[in-house]
Design a protein. Structure first.
Length: 113
């Protein structure tokens, strides 16, 4: 029975990932959103830039899931941003902290229904 436990766990994980991939509605392209660097006094003190995310689609609201990386290690921060059209970029944080560098990656993006 103990030799079956890892196999069952693997099968369950594969099924969960497959159902998540099918449920995700990726009806937007990477061209609709972008991560940008902005000069900011608080970040400049740490030799960094303010990182922000921006919706470039002039008509659609986009839901974006973002992952944060700190010192090249992915953190548990998996955040949801709702980006409305024609709005200012949404700040995420400084590229440099007192403890080291950080960056963000876009996990997924969908047009809000």
């Amino acid at each position: 029975m103990t030799t079956l436990r890892p196999a069952i766990y693997l099968i369950l994980m594969l099924c969960m990932n497959a159902s998540y991939a099918m449920a995700e509605d990726s009806n937007t392209t990477g061209e609709d959103i972008r991560l940008i660097e902005i000069d900011d006094a608080d970040c400049a003190v740490k030799d960094g830039k303010l990182i922000a995310i921006q919706n470039l689609n002039p008509k659609e609201t986009i839901v974006v899931w973002i992952d944060r990386w700190f010192m090249d290690k992915q953190t548990a921060d998996h955040t949801k941003q709702i980006l409305e059209p024609n709005k200012m970029p949404t700040p995420l944080g400084c590229s440099m902290t007192n403890s080291g560098k950080q960056h963000w990656t876009i996990f997924s993006s969908t047009i809000q229904p």
